[in-house]
Structures are given as C-alpha cells and as structure tokens.
Design a protein around this ligand. Structure first.
Ligand code: ACM
Length: 263
C-alpha cells in the first residue's frame, strides 16, 4: 500500500512568497504521504492581466525559488511532490508541472491543451506525455483542461501510469465528474488537485478528488476551503487491466477501426 493525496488551496495571483508560505503551512498535514499533488500554477496564480504579467511571475527551473522550496519540502517529509508552476524558458512560458523528490528535480510535463486566453500567454507543451517510474509506482501528469481529452489519459495509462496526477485550476463546473470515469476506463488512480477562490472575473471550483481504478470516488474536498487529503492505494489494482476474464482494457481495442481519430 502507498499513500498519496492532494493539497487544495487558493493561490494569490502574482505573490509567490505568500503561496510558498501557504503551502508550507499545509504540508505538515501531508507528512504521512508518499506522493502529494498541488494545483496548477501553484506558484503564481492563474488569471494574469497580460503576457508581461505572466512573465514577471514565471521562473526558470534551474533558477527557481519555488522548485527549490518544493525540493526542501520533499526532503523534510520524505515524499514526492507534483506541483503546477509557471515556467519560463528563454522567451517562452509554459504552464508546467514539476515532479520533485528528496533527491531533487526529477522531471516536468508542459500542458498541451491550453484553455481560453492561456493560448495568448503560454506555448503549447513540447515534452510529450511522459511517465515517471518513482519506485513505489509509475505516475503520469495532466494539467487541468487536458481532462476533456480522453486520448491523453489513455496514452499515459498505456505507458504504464498507475496514478495520473492532475494539477488543476478547474473552471467548468462538470469537470470533476469526468475524473473517476477516465480512471474506470483506463484502470488508474487519478488525483485532481484543484484550487478554489476567485481571481478577477474567474472563479475556480475546488472539490479536488481522488478516484480508484474502478471509478469510485475515494475522497473529495469542499468547493471553497483549504484541504489536505491522503488515501491508501493498492497499486496492484491499477496494474490489473482485466475487465472480465475475457476482456482486457487495452488488448481488446480494435485499433483498425480507430484510424478516423488520427486523420
Ligand atoms: C484550466 O485549464 N485551467 C481551466
């Protein structure tokens, strides 16, 4: 059994130090976890007034106070952390998530499906859909609006992800309903770490959720409060892809009928 969960909070737009302080104050509640997921853009907030504003609140991974802070927390509590952050690389911005462990920075995912005016701020992700073997399990990462594209959940599951970590700033009110369904179809544990609160004209929906490989909701959070929830997971459940004794979630796909998808 492993222990994994989320931290839900309300990041302050353009105030990384306050966001670090808030995460630091909640992390003791996650001390028993092996893996913890934080929301999308947890360092910077979401609803920038302009691209310049987003730039002012972004960091390069190699020189990031936020990533260094996450690594310190991973060391202090001996756990892995997946956290959304506003990443700058030269003149480009990415809506990214970092994976860190007590050993340091392990990798990143850059969001590929950009929502509304994110398209005017961030580049589309260019690191594909990686999975990370972190010893006690394999994880994949999606970010927020990626949720509405079933293809990406499937790809991560087929690459061996036991847990799909989903840092989010969800806006569409029905998004959380989809998360357990993707887990049921692909037989993965899913952790959506959402934020709550309002930034200018955008309100985020909280209700972070963890679901199991059978589509059962294991735990949720309130729509409008800080929350830290940790759940025990039997990773073997995500590695058994048999739906019935004669049906396998992936091997039973009839791919020759699916070519329309890539045309
Ligand atoms: C979103 O993708 N942050 C709605």
């Amino acid at each position: 059994m492993i222990k994994a969960g989320f931290v839900q909070f309300n990041p302050v737009l353009g105030d990384q130090e306050t966001n670090i302080k808030k995460i630091k104050s909640l992390m003791p509640l996650a001390k028993d976890a092996d893996l913890i997921v934080l929301p999308e853009l947890a360092n910077s907030g979401y609803n920038f007034v302009s691209k310049d504003h987003a730039f002012e609140n972004a960091e390069e991974i190699a020189n990031s106070r936020f990533i260094d802070f996450l690594i310190d927390e991973a060391r202090k509590y001996n756990l892995h952390i997946v956290a959304g952050f506003n990443e700058r690389e030269n003149n480009n911005l990415y809506n990214s998530s970092a994976l860190v462990s007590p050993e340091g920075f392990l990798g990143k995912y850059r969001k590929i499906h950009l929502f509304l005016n994110e398209k005017e701020i961030f580049q589309k992700g260019n690191v594909g859909l990686p999975v990370f073997d972190i010893g006690f399990c394999t994880i994949g990462i999606l970010i927020c609006f990626d949720w509405i594209f079933p293809e990406v959940w499937r790809i991560l599951a087929m690459k061996g992800a036991d847990i799909i970590c989903h840092p989010s700033n969800l806006v569409l009110p029905y998004a959380q309903q989809a998360v357990p369904v993707h887990g049921m179809i692909n037989r993965t544990f899913n952790i959506t770490a959402n934020r709550y609160g309002t930034e200018r004209d955008v309100t985020f929906s909280g209700k972070s959720i963890i679901s199991d490989p059978f589509g059962k909701t294991m735990v949720t959070a309130a729509p409008d409060k800080d929350a830290v929830k940790i759940i025990e997971m039997d990773i073997k459940q995500a590695r058994n892809k048999m739906i019935t004794p004669q049906n396998h979630a992936f091997d039973d796909r009839i791919v020759e009928e699916y070519s329309y998808l890539i045309s």
